[in-house]
Design a protein around this ligand. Structure first.
Ligand code: KIV
Length: 263
């Protein structure tokens, strides 16, 4: 299994880090067979698995439930679990209870969105023995504050804040930082100025690694095609096609056949 030390080594040696999201046991079992370095039980599960319009509905209990299922299928992969909406904003005890829940569910690290007001908390979590991944740029838990899923850091003032936030996260003890939907040039500058690895999504190719939502890269939602997304499978068509073949086979008597029946 990879550790935080391996991610650091990869940055130094220039080897790219790969991360995908996973929320359930059956996909976890498939990812276990791959060379993907790191798995994120993202709070995007509120959207992808539960059909909510934003990530705001994810709770600590839900994060722990999905983390436990993923870890059962991925005993040998490094798993990061998201701290859900507002979990870091209700005091230290509340935050630590959430860390406790997801770590006891089997995660190896947690991820926290944003830097404002988080330095002391991150330091405390790291000093408690829990690796913390930061997340800057488009932070979906602040979607209403940001006015929608927009690229962040296009203006120089905004870009400078993201650079300073990234440095603050590194200083607080984060072992890596996700950069979501920021201009490629900004991601490149941040990556060059940090000792810890950066993992990009919609942040160009010069970050130390990449992350994608599993269902997005497998093409499960034909209507979702943001510029940053590459689909590696036409999952939606394959699955809909398979289900329709089943319906037609049952209707025509092609299934089940003798070989599918007990004597
Ligand atoms: O929750 C999530 O899926 C994420 C990734 C987009 C980085 O935070």
């Amino acid at each position: 299994m990879n550790t935080v030390l391996d991610f650091q080594k990869k940055k130094v040696s220039g080897q790219k880090i790969t991360m995908v999201t996973c929320y359930d046991y059956s996909f976890a079992q498939l990812i276990q067979k791959t060379n993907v370095d790191c798995i994120l039980v993202g709070d995007s599960l509120a959207q992808v698995m539960h059909g909510h319009p934003t990530t705001l509905k994810a709770t600590a209990k839900l994060m722990a439930l999905h983390t436990a299922a993923v870890v059962r299928g991925l005993p040998n992969k490094f798993v990061v679990a998201d701290m859900p909406f507002l979990s870091t904003r209700k005091g230290l005890i509340h935050a630590m209870n959430c860390v406790d829940l997801v770590m006891k569910a089997g995660a190896q690290a947690i991820k926290i969105e944003g830097a404002d007001g988080h330095s002391e908390l991150i330091q405390h979590i790291v000093e408690s023995g829990v690796p913390v991944m930061g997340h800057l740029g488009l932070t979906p838990q602040s979607i209403h504050q940001l006015g929608g899923p927009k690229v962040q850091g296009k203006k120089s003032e905004q870009a400078l804040k993201i650079i300073n936030d990234a440095r603050a996260l590194e200083k607080a003890g984060c072992f890596a930082v996700v950069l979501e939907c920021v201009p490629a040039q900004l991601a490149k500058e941040i990556t060059a100025s940090l000792k810890i690895p950066t993992i990009g999504i919609g942040a160009g190719h010069e970050t130390d690694g990449q992350v994608l939502v599993l269902q997005d890269m497998l093409g499960m939602n034909p209507d979702f095609q943001p510029r940053f997304l590459k689909k590696y499978l036409n999952g939606a068509d394959l699955i809909v096609g398979a289900l329709n073949s089943y319906v037609s086979d049952v209707g025509s008597g092609q299934f089940p056949k003798k070989e599918h029946s007990y004597e």
